[in-house]
Design a protein around this ligand. Structure first.
Ligand code: CU
Length: 544
């Protein structure tokens, strides 16, 4: 995609007025990649209702835990739980080489028939006598069980979903993700030393901020490869629902209550075509619900959120999974996403390269840089999102060497070999792009409101690159007061700061199919969230 595309994009213009509302909703919520640990998982498939922001309770089917799981990760999220039905299903977190066992109990209504789980990318076996034979895999009959075992051979993110009447059962919500982590001994040294170790130091108490940021990562690398280091991580599962299918299923299940599984007539006949989805979900929620916290009480069957945060300079691992039936063109504003691998398979070049901090040469990353990540049904992608502010052509922190009141206005920027201020990880402007240091946004503003108008339209730089901001083009709680330029319409007289404690930049991340940023045809909604780039003094707490 080109800049021309971005200028035409609705993301940058039509949606602007809702920004302040969204920012208020997303004041404290973080995300991370919450899940349950194994290597043995006792799951159940059950019906329940999920919440949508239009007030609807949608009858759905989901996987959940039958009994307490072995454990929860990341440990820093205290309120973790695993209900008996959730959408998406529990994220299964295992280690490379684990022998994984999944025991599935079919708790769906008898009329729904058998159910099952497929684990694409793994060689799955079922013990003799486990479940009943199905078309694609062994299945659990109504009230019955089935066991699957496989070896988690290599790291990466992969989907799992029902292998029984997928047009109905996946639509109803029977899908989830399994994350295979590299063994600690296989995490490359490059990921625990150098800039990545320094990025963790920057999250600890210092002059820049008083709070400690917990480490919410499941690992320090996505794969056994020095090119897959990361500083923060998120999971986004994309799916859509046709509410009419769910209404049909509920009506038939209700009419067939008490029928005997397998008896004549005890079977659903739900038409899954024509297909007209009305809900477009990220981790089972629509915007703005996806910006509430993980395990928020309002969504007892939708525990996972979609609300990414980061500090400039961090490498953010995104585990992007297409569920459901449609492909969703997901657009991460702010930068392209470097794809590391698909379905647990790294995309590598035949040529080799030595990554920073690595002990030797490795095959070079060869995944594409995607402006829009294509969430193909059933496919998982691991990618890195990165943002530093490089190339904006103004000082994102609003430094002002002429300031007489604010010591932060005079912070130094000393470029490293790459041009970034990385010498002092405890500085607010750690990772500043030094070429723009002290450069004001508008050196000579024209026609600003304080001088009597006419109103100045937003700077084309701000609008066209898709950056949104909490009332200020500057990053950091006091950045607007330290900024230069006394009369710009972006300057203190017109500041609107939402939320009060955060001056992050908000990048709109959304489906580029515009109908998919609605909820039941009402805009805004659906597949829509914000990536908040926060200044260092804002403590990112992924536990809320
Ligand atoms: Cu866009």
């Amino acid at each position: 995609m080109t800049k021309a595309h971005m200028k035409l994009s609705p993301c940058a213009t039509r949606l602007l007025p809702v920004t302040a509302v969204l920012m208020m909703l997303s004041a404290v919520a973080g995300a991370a990649v919450p899940g349950i640990t194994g290597p043995t998982f006792n799951l159940t498939a059950q019906p329940s209702y999920i919440n949508q922001p239009d007030g609807q309770q949608v009858y759905s089917w989901g996987y959940g835990c039958s009994g307490a799981p072995t454990g929860f990760l990341p440990g820093a999220i205290a309120a973790a739980n695993c209900p008996s039905m959730q959408i998406p299903g529990p994220t299964l977190i295992v280690n490379e080489g684990d022998t994984v066992t999944v025991n599935l109990t079919n708790g769906l209504p008898a009329a729904a028939g058998n159910t099952s789980i497929l684990f694409p990318g793994f060689v799955v076996t079922s013990p003799s006598g486990s479940g009943v034979a199905g078309l694609l895999t062994q299945e659990a009959a109504p009230s019955g069980t089935v066991t699957y075992t496989f070896t988690a051979g290599s790291p990466g993110t992969r989907s799992y979903y029902s292998g029984t009447q997928g047009d109905l059962q996946v639509e109803m919500g029977l899908y989830g993700v399994i994350v295979v982590l590299p063994l600690p001994k296989n995490v490359p040294a490059a990921c625990t030393t150098g800039i990545h170790a320094q990025n963790q130091v920057a999250q600890q108490p210092s002059a820049a901020h008083a709070g400690t940021e917990a480490d919410f990562r499941l690992s320090q690398s996505a794969y056994d490869h020095s090119g897959s280091c990361y500083d923060r991580e998120y999971m986004f599962q994309f799916s859509e629902m046709d509410a009419n299918i769910h209404r049909q299923a509920l009506a038939q299940v209700t009419a067939l209550t008490g029928c005997t599984a397998g008896a004549p007539g005890c079977a659903l006949q739900v038409a899954t075509e024509p297909y007209h989805p009305s809900y477009f979900l990220i981790n089972g929620r629509s915007m703005p619900d996806d910006m509430d916290g993980n395990y928020a009480a309002e969504y007892p069957h939708q525990p996972y959120n979609g609300n990414p945060h980061m500090h400039p300079g961090e490498e953010v691992l995104m585990r992007i999974v297409g569920q459901g039936r449609w492909q969703h063109p997901f657009h991460e504003h702010g930068n392209h996403v470097r794809i590391l691998g698909r379905d647990g398979n790294m995309v590598l070049s035949a040529s080799t390269i030595s990554y920073a901090g690595a002990s030797g040469a490795e095959q070079a990353l060869a995944g594409p840089l995607l402006f829009t990540t294509t969430t193909t049904p059933g496919m998982a992608m691991d990618g890195i999102f990165y943002f530093t502010g490089r190339g904006l052509n103004w000082d994102m922190y609003g430094h002002n060497p002429a300031s007489t009141t604010d010591p932060n206005a005079k912070l130094p920027c000393t470029p490293d070999a790459n041009g970034y201020n990385t010498g002092a990880p405890t500085a607010i402007n750690y990772f500043e792009w030094c070429q723009d240091h002290n450069k004001p946004l508008q050196a000579a503003p024209f026609g600003d409101l304080p001088t009597g108008g006419p109103a100045t339209l937003p700077d084309a730089n701000i609008v066209a690159n898709g950056a949104w901001y909490s009332g200020s083009p500057y990053l950091g709680q006091d950045a607007t007061t330290r900024a230069t330029g006394p009369t710009s319409s972006f300057q203190p007289a017109n500041i609107q700061a939402n939320p009060a404690g955060e001056r992050g930049w908000a990048f709109m991340w959304h489906s580029h199919n515009e109908r998919e940023i609605t909820t039941n045809n009402v805009f805004p909604g659906g597949m829509f969230m914000m990536m908040l780039v926060d200044s260092r003094e804002f403590v990112i707490d992924e536990s809320k």
